[in-house]
Ligand binder design. Structure first.
Ligand code: TI1
Ligand code: ZN
Length: 673
């Protein structure tokens, strides 16, 4: 209904009203009563001996409450009552009580009063929200009339013959609620009404009531379907929500308390207790029922004792993650604006993963060998939700170093939210290989244990394909993971402070193509902002990165090249066969030198790949004589191959062509012999 303005129940005596109308221009918001209306008011006042009270609906110029002696006559039947309304109809700008009012109910109360409730109708069609109640006392004297009557309906010229059938309107309503294909409804009904969508805009509508639990979300609502054009002009959600507390069993068989939402016939797996609920934000948990359609069906339960273990944990742990971000980091949900957090469990069959799909979290149940239901681990849940945070902040691209940082931030926050006393800083230990105790998917203290590098000198150059894990995002994440582990285990550093620094770096400093060296610089700056430039934190961060080969130790701004200084033949860094060396040509004049000594005469193949710019590659002997060069244009890879002598030392030089350089993207150099 249009925003109606009502007078507060300020009671205006007709005496005052009469005075006011004698001076009409002083009260512009009140319509001047017509002569007939005035006559009714004066009669009312006389009959009531001045004790009458009238409250007005200013917008429509009619009373909402009239108390007083409305008639000399007694009323004992609805027909009598209608006559009394007819006698007073001018007060309501009503044309005909008999054709505009239709009796809904009649009831006598313990005081002997009888109330007659009338529906306003226009050409026989009820006018939504407009009912008048006439009250008579035990003697049949009319004591008051109250409610809403809209005198303007009849001026709108509305066609009250519906274009759509009720069946067509039901289909429109079902489609708008996403339950077009549902067959079982607890309620599906509709009735024609006249409805004022906004001031003066009257529509003929079917008010359709739908109630079903068979859709993706339970539906219980009134939909107002325009009976001429099928538009949904209004919706009233009738599901009554109330926060409730249930209990559930988690993936590992533990019992926990759950925040749920009670409604008329059961409970939803929906948490409406978080601070974000003040702006509508909720935590909701759905099931895909072993299919892949998302979000699937919102979970419901009749007795608030929940047995879907994957769902219990997805829901409970999403709440824990919200709490960590809100209480420790001051972030209100993943978008920091209180967005609803949705999770879907039982995604597909035997699905050994969990992910954030851009709008929600999704959890497989695992195949029972590699994983059990992935929502059973708080670090997995916080890992996925952190992807949503990263997406809304740094926006780290999911490939190569930015992708490995993206994964690493998810692992770091995963473990911080989990907050276990776990000296190994394991990931996924609660759901990995249910048959094997003590293992995990990754380890931040010792990434090597799960085939991840823990230093730049082990950085893996993998292709940007699914098989290549998008350039090793779950592989090279071992390096920043280890840097965080080094930092958080430095004496004097607390988990909370480490979390604040990493979070500040992620949200304030990193950008979409940030490299490891940028994460180093960002975390040093974040530590400096929070704790000061010479703080233990700032120094410990720099050292933590230096020890994994990202930048130099000490809080002095590192180059990000673990092999520097190696700018001359005499400063060449030793390399060994088969190892990849990731270095930076960090200025127009930087040159990087490496050396190696094969024990026997053999065949050499030397490659320089991952070029951010036009770099060239040279091979020298120990006398400084150039043996071979590779000077392809652009960023094509460089390579040199040939036979080399045992016992001789060879020198490799990498330079940027014509000043080419990059302070962020490392090249990959490898000698195999
Ligand atoms: S974000 C998600 C990538 C999934 C891609 C497939 C669509 C991811 O990183 N998932 C985590 C799940 C996880 C997290 C498991 C912490 C255990 C601990 C992950 O690491 N997945 C591994 C199996 C992977 O994708 O290689
Ligand atoms: Zn991930």
């Amino acid at each position: 209904m249009g925003a109606k303005k009502f007078t507060a129940f300020a009671v205006v005596s007709t005496m005052v009203f009469t005075l006011a109308t004698a001076n009409v221009s002083a009260a512009p918001s009140e319509q001047p009563p017509k002569a007939k209306k005035m006559a009714v008011l004066e009669k009312l006042s006389k009959q009531s001996k001045g004790k009458e009270k009238v409250a007005w609906n200013k917008e429509k110029g009619v009373p909402t409450f009239v108390t007083g002696k409305l008639s000399d006559k007694q009323a004992k039947t609805p027909a009598d009552v209608k006559k009394i309304v007819e006698e007073n109809k001018a007060l309501f700008n009503m044309d005909s009580a008999s054709s505009e009012l239709s009796l809904i109910s009649q009831e006598k109360d313990s005081l002997g009063f009888t109330m007659y409730k009338y529906q306003q109708v226009y050409q026989g069609v009820p006018v939504f929200g407009n009912e008048l109640i006439v009250h008579t006392d035990k003697n049949g004297t009319t004591t008051s009339i109250n409610g809403y009557y809209d005198p303007e309906v009849k001026t709108a010229g509305l066609n009250t013959k519906a274009t759509l059938s009720l069946a067509q309107a039901l289909n429109k309503a079902k489609a708008s609620e996403g339950v077009a294909n549902v067959s079982k409804f607890d309620i599906q009904k509709g009735k024609l009404h006249v409805y004022e969508t906004e001031k003066g805009d009257y529509r003929l509508v079917y008010v359709i009531t739908l109630s079903t639990l068979e859709g993706k979300q339970p539906v219980y609502a009134d939909l107002f379907v325009d009976a001429h054009n099928g538009a949904i002009v209004h919706k009233i959600d009738k599901v009554n929500h109330a926060a409730a507390t249930g209990t559930g069993t988690g993936v590992l068989g533990d019992t926990k308390t759950l925040n749920t939402d009670s409604y008329s016939s059961g409970y939803y797996l929906r948490d409406i207790t978080k601070p974000m609920y003040s702006t509508g934000g909720k935590i909701e948990t759905y099931t895909a029922n072993y299919g892949t359609a998302l979000p699937g069906t919102l979970l419901t339960d009749a007795d608030n004792v929940w047995t879907d273990r994957a769902a219990v944990d997805a829901h409970y742990y999403a709440g824990k993650t919200y709490d960590y971000y809100y209480n420790k980091l001051g972030r209100n949900s993943f978008d920091n604006r209180g967005a609803t957090m949705k999770s879907t469990v039982h995604y597909s069959r035997n699905y050994n993963n969990a992910f954030w799909n851009g709008t929600q979290m999704v959890y497989g149940d695992g195949d029972g060998r590699q994983f059990t239901s992935l929502s059973g681990a708080l670090d997995v849940v916080a890992h996925e939700i952190t992807h949503a945070v990263t997406e809304r902040t740094a926006g780290l691209v999911y490939e190569y170093q930015p992708g490995a940082l993206n994964e690493s931030f998810s692992d770091v926050l995963g473990n911080l939210v989990e907050n276990k006393n776990d000296p190994k800083w394991l990931l996924g230990e609660d759901v990995t290989t249910p048959g094997i105790a003590g293992d995990a998917l990754r380890s931040m203290s010792n990434p090597n244990e799960y085939d991840q590098p823990d230093h730049m000198n082990e950085y893996r150059n993998l292709p940007n394909t699914r098989e290549g894990d998008w350039g090793g995002v779950h592989i090279n994440s071992g390096i920043p993971n280890k840097a965080f582990y080094n930092f958080v285990t430095t004496p004097g550093i607390t988990k909370d402070n480490a979390g604040k620094i990493w979070y500040r770096a992620l949200t304030q400093y990193l950008t979409s193509y940030s490299q490891f060296i940028d994460a180093r610089n960002a975390t040093i700056q974040a530590a400096t902002d929070l704790f000061g430039a010479n703080s233990l934190e700032a120094t410990a961060v720099a050292n933590a990165w230096a020890s994994v080969g990202v930048g130099s130790s000490g809080n002095n701004g590192g180059s990000g090249d673990a092999y520097e200084p190696n700018d001359s033949m005499s400063a060449a860094k030793a390399m060994s066969s088969g190892t990849t060396y990731n270095g930076l040509i960090s200025s127009a004049t930087d040159e990087d030198w490496f050396k190696f000594t094969p024990s026997t005469s053999t065949y050499l193949s030397l490659s320089l790949t991952n070029l951010p710019a036009d770099y060239d590659l040279y091979l020298y002997n120990s006398a400084g004589t150039l043996l071979a060069r590779s000077e392809y244009a652009g960023t094509s890879s460089e390579s040199i191959a040939g036979t080399i002598q045992g016992g001789a030392t060879y020198y490799v030089k990498v330079v940027g062509y014509n000043g080419a350089m990059s302070t962020t993207k490392p090249y990959a150099l490898k000698a195999t012999y």
